[in-house]
Design a protein around this ligand. Sequence first.
Ligand code: FES
Length: 307
Amino acid sequence: MTTMTLVVVGVDDHVPGIRTLTLAPPDRSVLPSFTPGSHLVIQCAGGANAYSLTGATTAPRDYVVSVLECPRGRGGSRWIHQSLAVGATVEAHLPRSAFAPVLRARRHLLIAAGIGITPMVSHLRSARRWGRDARLLYIHREGRGAYLDEIRSLTNQAAMFTDRGAFLSELAAALGSQPFGTHVYICGPSQFIDDVVDTATQFGWPPSRIHVEHFGGELAPGHPFEVELSSTGDVFTVDAGVSLLESLTARGHAVPSLCHQGVCGECRVPVRAGTVLHRDLYLTGDERRDSMMACVSRGSGRVELEL
Ligand code: FES
């Protein structure tokens, strides 16, 4: 993957536990534009981590990302919080998106928890710029909400909560009353995403109108699923808590891998048939039709791989 060197030109710690970095090229040239919902993969101590871009999307002079400190993570967020200061440099990959707004949608319903607000900021910015109908529901801990002022400046269609009961009741009302053609976008901790997807499904939302973005932290172990390899006809089960990558490697298949986070693109495997539960931050919507990232994504029922 192409990488670029960026300089830390701003550090903002005003929300406890969240550090916002402003990154610019050393020569202060214009950076590549990106799609709303894109993320930047930064090489950190402990590997590569992906962070949603929250600043201007078109011909930006800098990239802005916010990083939640995860004391039990692999060390990337601690390194950013404790070691990066203005003037430091980082290596980053070009922005990539697997969470872009669907342009034909009549309305966009954005649902976020905690640091999961970050991809929604660029969605709101773009919705305002292009006159798209977008509504946000955001739940966060008291005093830990990020981008609150920015959200208020971008839309009057945002409802923000610190009370879980109030949020759940508004969530049910919103999912139960959207006009046909609305797409829902969900970002937050894994359990939050699963709960909102379940609620949306109960209200009859088809999978094609539900979009999720997993980030950083621990992914849920998931359920067992079967894999069939088209070249040999071999069928095996991938147990809960075991990745497809681990299962393939244990059977002697050499699948390249690097980040084990669903962000680098190395472990892509071709899919011939079956339902894939995509949990990566790498593949685009089109690429997901016939590929999956073996380190994080799983299947439902049986998935046939072109291996
Ligand atoms: S190893 Fe990087 S995406 Fe799977």
